[in-house]
Design a protein around this ligand. Structure first.
Ligand code: PCA
Length: 211
């Protein structure tokens, strides 16, 4: 089994991106993980992902990004075919109301067993939940592109996205926003990779709400 695990370079003036800090710590974990840093750039991030995925033929693509201000690990359910950038990306692009991929579906769901992944994290006392929006910036763009790519690859890899909070040193500069220490983030990704390598179906408990 091969897992392509991606993180992002820093963006929005931050010196560090927790996603890459955690993803790089899992490089070659269990001889199964390939860690890849992606540019925080619309389209370019998808080109890099596509090139590497075609070269290494992963069974699973697990993409990770920073969600500053969120607490806990967000197992993303939905990728939408919409770019709507509040700030410019690292190449100065700021698409507004454009599709990620023209003539593609409006949305894709994660093909990872996200409820089981959330449960496995909580069993290790790591705060986690299923999330129903990955936003409209580069992370949603990458998630949508990864799912679209997965449909076109011969091995049809599973593909999904996880948002993680700020590191404590970032949170200090953001009005004490929620954060997780790096060792917890690394532990969280380790749990996710172990669960994915174990394989199996998702669970059928409700992660939803009444509204
Ligand atoms: N987070 C941003 C893009 C890169 C990252 O790590 C997002 O949530 O869209």
């Amino acid at each position: 089994m091969k897992i392509l695990l991606t993180g992002f370079e820093p963006f929005a003036g931050e010196p560090i991106n927790p996603s890459w800090e955690a993803v790089k710590a899992l490089a070659d974990y269990r001889q199964s993980v390939v860690s890849l840093m992606l540019p925080c750039v619309f389209d370019k991030s998808l080109e890099v992902l596509g090139d590497v995925a075609r070269a290494i033929e992963p069974d699973i693509i697990l993409a990770v990004g920073q969600a500053g201000g969120r607490s806990g690990i967000s197992l993303e359910k939905v990728a939408i075919n919409l770019n709507d950038a509040r700030i410019a990306d690292n190449a100065g692009n700021r698409p507004i109301d454009t599709p990620v991929i023209a003539d593609a579906p409006n949305a894709y769901f994660s093909t990872l067993p996200i409820k089981r992944l959330a449960q496995a994290l909580k069993a290790q006392q790591i705060d986690a939940h299923v999330s129903y929006t990955a936003g409209t910036y580069v992370c949603n763009h990458l998630f949508f592109g990864a799912r679209h790519l997965a449909e076109s690859l011969p091995q049809k890899p599973l593909a999904g996205f996880v948002h993680i909070p700020f590191l404590p040193e970032q949170a200090q500069r953001h009005n004490d926003a929620p954060s997780m220490p790096l060792d917890t983030l690394v532990a969280a990704l380790t749990v996710l990779v172990d669960e994915l390598l174990a394989g199996g179906e998702d669970i059928t408990v409700s992660a939803g709400t009444t509204h």
